[in-house]
Ligand binder design. Sequence first.
Ligand SMILES: NC(=O)C1=CN([C@@H]2O[C@H](COP(=O)(O)OP(=O)(O)OC[C@H]3O[C@@H](n4cnc5c(N)ncnc54)[C@H](OP(=O)(O)O)[C@@H]3O)[C@@H](O)[C@H]2O)C=CC1
Ligand SMILES: CC(=O)N[C@@H](CCC(=O)OP(=O)(O)O)C(=O)O
Length: 344
Amino acid sequence: MKVSIIGTTGYGGVELLRILNQHPVFQIHSIHSTRGEIPIWEEYPHLYGILNERIQVIDFDQIGEESDLVFLATPSGVSRKLVKELANKDVKIIDLSGDHRLQNSLDYSQWYKLEPAEDVVVDQAVYGLSEWNEHDIESASLIANPGCYATAALLGLGPVAKEELIEPDTIIIDGKSGTSGAGKSLTKGSLYAEVNENFKIYKVNEHQHTPEIEQQLRSWNKHTKPITFSTHLLPITRGIMTTIYARLKTNWSTEQLLELYRETYNKHPFIRIRPLGNFPAVKEVAGSNYCDIGLHVDERTGRVTIVSVIDNLMKGAAGQAVQNANILYGLDQTSGLDFMPLYP
Ligand SMILES: NC(=O)C1=CN([C@@H]2O[C@H](COP(=O)(O)OP(=O)(O)OC[C@H]3O[C@@H](n4cnc5c(N)ncnc54)[C@H](OP(=O)(O)O)[C@@H]3O)[C@@H](O)[C@H]2O)C=CC1
Ligand SMILES: CC(=O)N[C@@H](CCC(=O)OP(=O)(O)O)C(=O)O
């Protein structure tokens, strides 16, 4: 199966290369950038002697004729234009950006402050939250890969939201991300002196993943109310932790909820539910496609605290994109993704 990657020079793109280079079925056919033709190792010297591919200019006709599947690891606002160019070609597309995730174009304009993709294209797109949307992903031609924070939050909330065990107006999600989540382009906020030994909140009540999380929560429970969602920048390279708080409708013990989570995710190899009293740390999933979840019910307040961690570049981006590609082509979901986390 031949694949092309557009946006290869970014962090999501180079993570796709790391996975696809050892994938048993997908073969990297072409890699693209707007920067012209250079060997990939000149941009990423850690690939020297491993990948000899040259980055190519983007030729949509050639991609359409030669590849079966295209990954777009490009910014929101760019992906929608690339999807339009590829619309009449015989290729499946997995878009890592936010351009095709939101069914309501007004939500997109409001939260991304960009021009939305056409409704007719968004209508075709399948939201690629692998563990919850497998059936639709199998037959998709365009997959909107979820946002990194949205993935961690939704995998953590899924079982209690779907079973309607929590009061829908009490959800608070506290997200923290490493700096690779912001991509490779230079911004003042990502400078070493700004991030090192620091911890900042950003985009307060304005984060673009808010409507994405609410949209999926609504598909589980139509009584969903607006959430409170905060994002913080951690002085680490990879990793996201979301700490989620919500009030339970009835008295569930921690052990009962853990049993529900184990049952819900029992056929899903990338979700690891931690035992009673154990909570995951971001480093425990680094470099892997795992999402680890721990939880505890506070009997004093009637609230549950759910902690979920992922590697933003893996389960939060390239890893989930390849997992979705595996589903799309009927492969084992773990194909090419069977990495143990990197520790210490
Ligand atoms: N980083 C993360 O953890 C996550 C990222 N995402 C999403 O994945 C996508 C990629 O993110 P990330 O890799 O971090 O971003 P980067 O900023 O690191 O890379 C983006 C890439 O897009 C390419 N690009 C920029 N403009 C254009 C254009 N007009 N046409 C074609 N290519 C273009 C650039 O390549 P060049 O300049 O060489 O053309 C660049 O390599 C984004 O939409 C992001 O929101 C989603 C989840 C997590
Ligand atoms: C640390 C950091 O800055 N993270 C980025 C994640 C961006 C992203 O993944 O954007 P889309 O999924 O919406 O395309 C942010 O919070 O905006």
